[in-house]
Design a protein around this ligand. Structure first.
Ligand code: HEM
Ligand SMILES: *[C@@H]1O[C@H](CO)[C@@H](O)[C@H](O)[C@H]1NC(C)=O
Ligand SMILES: *[C@@H]1O[C@H](CO)[C@@H](O)[C@H](O)[C@H]1NC(C)=O
Ligand SMILES: *[C@@H]1O[C@H](CO)[C@@H](O)[C@H](O)[C@H]1NC(C)=O
Ligand SMILES: *[C@@H]1O[C@H](CO)[C@@H](O)[C@H](O)[C@H]1NC(C)=O
Ligand SMILES: *[C@@H]1O[C@H](CO)[C@@H](O)[C@H](O)[C@H]1NC(C)=O
Ligand SMILES: CC(=O)N[C@H]1CO[C@H](CO)[C@@H](O)[C@@H]1O
Length: 328
């Protein structure tokens, strides 16, 4: 006791923080120096071969991280006894290319440094690289997450917004994950890439008294095009429309500019441009792409660091779709 003095005091005071995961940008620099280069190489190949990968992976990231933190729980396959997160109804349309990408990176990284790099870190790193690859901001993420020991579909429903929810409800969902209205508006800017299946917006264009007109505030020509595209959607469930009709593959601020002119695809997209709690932020990001990029990158880092699993509550999965103690 005599020999430690101030140092002991410091250790005691910092004890609560020591229980948190120790994330760092160069977490793997000693244990797996090839991690970053391997990841970037595979991400690049995949994005060139399948350009929808970026949007699919970004959405996968968001769905993983919103439900109990970024812990790769979304990657776990259901077993006969338990339906996992990725098979919750809301996840049914999560894209195969993104799952495939994570599997490829994991396989390559395991060959170089077995049992070191977590699946959650792979998903976070891949998302970061893809966003900047398609034109978005540099997101300074850290690593050192562990993968979850549970994945339960019942935890999904309360944590993810749906397009037909009221703005009050959507805001409360983000707030329950400690995200502000400002962070919510910035994060939804992710809809500058990717697409949505017709069923997600069909009620806007087909239902109600304006079946042959257009829903309140939607550009009428745009509505007519969507009705044509989705004419068969109940039979052909794959039919989908770009979230950002003008620059669908580029990460830019066009999403916000679209909203103001009635080119919002989902009801929730349209609503944030007109609700008085969110409208001024939409105006700001529509006018200033740098402001959007800064806010998006910051909010993504926050999402990526919430509720991270430590050694005690997680593991480095050997296979991203199975817990290490899986017995079949
Ligand atoms: C108001 C909150 C949100 C709602 C209601 C919402 C809803 C949806 C829906 C219904 C789709 C279409 C899915 C499909 O048909 O396959 C979609 C796609 C997408 N969402 Fe969201 N979302 C929200 C926020 C976010 C956030 C915060 C992010 C990421 C930071 C995000 C990223 C994406 C991406 C990238 C796609 C395209 C996926 C692809 O092309 O495969 N969304 N969203
Ligand atoms: C919203 O959509 C879901 C399916 O996507 C449906 O189950 C639910 O009833 C809808 N809610 C409202 C209020 O329309
Ligand atoms: C239907 O369209 C008309 C004309 O565009 C508009 O005045 C009316 O508010 C719309 N009704 C609904 C329920 O959207
Ligand atoms: C709708 O489906 C029918 C039969 O499956 C097909 O003949 C028709 O071309 C489809 N229309 C569109 C717009 O996809
Ligand atoms: C938003 O509008 C409601 C009424 O529609 C009003 O009570 C509230 O003060 C407004 N809030 C802001 C921030 O303008
Ligand atoms: C755009 O936003 C950035 C970042 O917030 C800020 O530094 C810049 O001054 C803004 N530009 C304009 C023209 O307002
Ligand atoms: C419950 C359900 O429909 N689950 C589906 C989730 O998505 C996968 C493919 O991504 C399907 O195989 C499951 O049937």
């Amino acid at each position: 006791m005599k020999s430690c003095g101030l140092r002991c005091l410091f250790i005691l005071l910092s004890f609560p923080f020591l229980l948190q995961a120790n994330l760092s940008p160069d977490y793997y620099s000693k244990t797996c120096p090839e991690f970053d280069q391997t990841l970037v190489q595979i991400v690049t190949e995949k994005q060139i071969a399948a350009p929808t990968t970026a949007a699919g992976t970004l959405r996968l990231f968001f769905h993983d991280c919103m439900v109990d933190g970024c812990d790769a729980s979304i990657l776990v396959a259901s077993t006969p006894r338990k339906t996992s997160e990725r098979d919750a109804d809301i996840n049914r349309s999560l894209p195969g290319d993104a799952f495939d990408l994570i599997t490829r990176i994991k396989t390559a990284v395991e060959l170089k440094c077995p049992n070191v790099v977590s699946c959650s870190d792979i998903l976070v790193g891949a998302t970061r690289s893809l966003v900047s690859m398609v034109g978005g901001p540099k997101i300074n993420v850290k690593f050192g997450r562990k993968d979850s020991l549970v994945s339960d579909m019942n935890r999904v429903e309360r944590k993810l917004a749906r397009p037909n929810m009221t703005m009050d409800h959507i805001i409360s969902i983000f707030e329950s994950s400690d995200l502000t209205v400002q962070e919510m508006v910035a994060l939804v800017g992710a809809h500058t890439i990717g697409f949505s299946h017709c069923k997600e917006f069909a009620s806007r264009i087909f239902d109600g008294e304006n079946q042959s007109g257009s829903p309140e505030g939607m550009n009428p020509k745009y509505a007519a095009e969507l009705r044509k595209l989705c004419a068969n959607y109940t039979k052909d469930e794959e039919m989908s429309a770009f979230n950002d009709v003008f620059t669908p593959g580029k990460f830019d601020n066009m999403y916000y500019r679209n909203l103001k002119h009635g080119y919002g695809l989902l009801a929730s997209d349209h609503a944030i441009a007109f609700d008085n709690r969110t409208r001024s932020l939409v105006d700001l990001y529509a006018a200033n792409e740098t402001a959007f990029f800064d806010a998006f990158a910051k909010a993504m880092v926050k999402v990526s660091e919430q509720k991270v699993k430590t050694e005690k509550h997680g593991e480095v999965r050997r296979r991203c779709d199975q817990y290490n103690d899986y017995k079949g």
